[in-house]
Design a binder for this molecule. Structure first.
Ligand code: PBG
Length: 324
C-alpha cells in the first residue's frame, strides 16, 4: 500500500469498542412518557391507530404509573379526555376535572416521578379548537390566555410539577408564569411547546384525545413546516416570557429545528416524537416491512443527536425495556 490508509474501521470493528466511542447515548432519564386519562373505572382502551397506547381510567392509570416507574422512567406527560365538552373548555380548569383528579390520585406515586401536564383547551372544547372561537369562527388569542392560565394554576394546585402549554397562543407563557407566581407557585417550571408546527403527524393523537377540530384547522396558530427562522423567534419570545424548557414538535421531520434551537439558546430543549411518528413505525413493523425495534432506536438516537435533552415519546416503555 503506497499510502497510509486511515483505518477508522478499527474503532468500529469490535462491538464493545464501537459502544465505548459512541458519541450519543440514549438514556431512560431523558424520556417522558405521554399518557391519556379519562373518567370511569377499570377502563384501559387501546387507541386503534397507536398499538400499545391506551386511554386509562384514573384507577388503571395509577397501576400503569407503578409499572412506568418500575422501568426507570422519570416523567409522564398527562393528557385528559373529559366527559363533557363545551364552548369555554370548563373541563380544562375544573376543580374536579379529569387531569386534576388524576393528579390527586397520583400523589402517592409522585415523589420520584415528575408529573407534567399538557395545558391546552382543544380536548375540552365542543369544536376541538385550542382557544375561544368568535362569531366569525376565528380563534381569539387574547381572551384565551386567561383560560390557559387558569388551567395551569389548577393543574399545579392539584399536584402537577410542571406545566406544558401546547396551544400556541401568543403571550401564553407570560400569562401562565404571572398566574403561577401570583398563586405562589414560583418554583414550578414551564415547558413550552415553543416551535409547534401545523403537522399531519398529529393525526393519531387526535383520535386518542378526541380533539380533532370540527371545522377549519390549526394553521392560524401552529407554525408553517417551511419555516425555521420563525421557530427561533418563537423560542426566543418564550424564553423572554419565562419558559424554563423549550420544545420542538414534531421531532423527526424537524431535526434541523432541534439542532438550530440547541445551538442558539442555553436552555434545555425538549423534542416531541409525536403520535404519527409512532404509528408509522408500528404500522410498518406489523407488516414486517421494517425491523420495528431497531428503527425505533435509530429514530430516537437521531433526535438525541440533533440536540434534544428531553424526548417525549410513546416508545418510552419499550425503550426503557431495551436499555435495561
Ligand atoms: C394539543 C396537543 C396536540 C398534541 C399534543 N398536544 C394535538 C394538536 O395540536 O392538534 C399532539 C401530540 C401527538 O401527536 O402525539 N393541542
Amino acid at each position: 500500500m503506497a499510502f497510509p490508509v486511515q483505518r477508522l474501521r478499527r474503532l468500529r470493528f469490535k462491538p464493545v469498542l464501537r459502544e465505548i466511542v459512541s458519541e450519543t447515548k440514549l438514556s431512560v432519564e431523558s424520556l417522558v412518557y405521554p399518557v391519556f386519562v379519562e373518567f370511569g373505572r377499570k377502563k384501559k382502551t387501546e387507541v386503534s391507530s397507536m398499538p400499545g397506547v391506551f386511554r386509562y381510567s384514573i384507577d388503571e392509570l395509577v397501576k400503569e404509573v407503578k409499572e412506568i416507574k418500575g422501568l426507570g422512567i422519570r416523567a409522564i406527560l398527562l393528557f385528559g379526555i373529559p366527559e363533557k365538552k363545551d364552548k369555554v373548555a370548563s373541563g380544562a380548569y375544573a376543580e374536579n376535572g379529569v387531569v386534576q383528579e388524576a393528579l390527586r390520585a397520583l400523589k402517592s406515586e409522585s415523589e420520584d416521578l415528575l408529573l407534567i401536564t399538557d395545558v391546552c383547551l382543544c380536548e375540552y372544547m365542543e369544536h376541538g379548537h385550542c382557544g375561544l372561537v368568535n362569531a366569525k369562527g376565528e380563534i381569539e388569542n387574547d381572551s384565551t390566555l386567561e383560560l390557559l392560565a387558569k388551567t395551569a394554576v389548577s393543574h399545579v394546585s392539584a399536584g402537577a410539577d410542571m406545566v406544558a402549554p401546547s396551544d400556541m397562543m401568543d403571550g401564553r407563557v407570560r400569562a401562565i408564569r404571572d398566574a403561577l407566581d401570583r398563586a405562589g407557585f414560583v418554583n414550578y417550571p414551564i415547558m413550552s411547546y415553543s416551535a409547534k408546527y401545523a403537522s399531519s403527524f398529529y393525526g393519531p393523537f387526535r383520535e386518542a384525545a378526541d380533539s380533532t377540530p370540527k371545522f377549519g384547522d390549526r394553521k392560524s396558530h401552529q407554525m408553517n413546516p417551511a419555516n425555521v427562522r420563525e421557530a427561533l423567534r418563537e423560542v426566543e419570545l418564550d424564553i423572554k416570557e419565562g419558559a424554563d424548557i423549550v420544545m420542538v414538535k414534531p421531532a423527526l421531520a424537524y431535526l434541523d429545528v432541534i439542532y438550530r434551537v440547541k445551538k442558539k439558546f442555553n436552555i434545555p430543549v425538549a423534542a416531541y416524537n409525536v403520535s404519527g411518528e409512532y404509528s408509522l413505525v408500528k404500522a410498518a413493523g406489523r407488516n414486517n416491512w421494517v425491523d420495528e425495534k431497531s428503527i425505533m432506536m435509530e429514530i430516537l438516537l437521531s433526535i438525541k443527536r440533533a440536540g434534544a435533552d428531553i424526548i417525549i415519546t410513546y416508545f418510552a416503555k419499550e425503550i426503557a425495556k431495551l436499555l435495561e
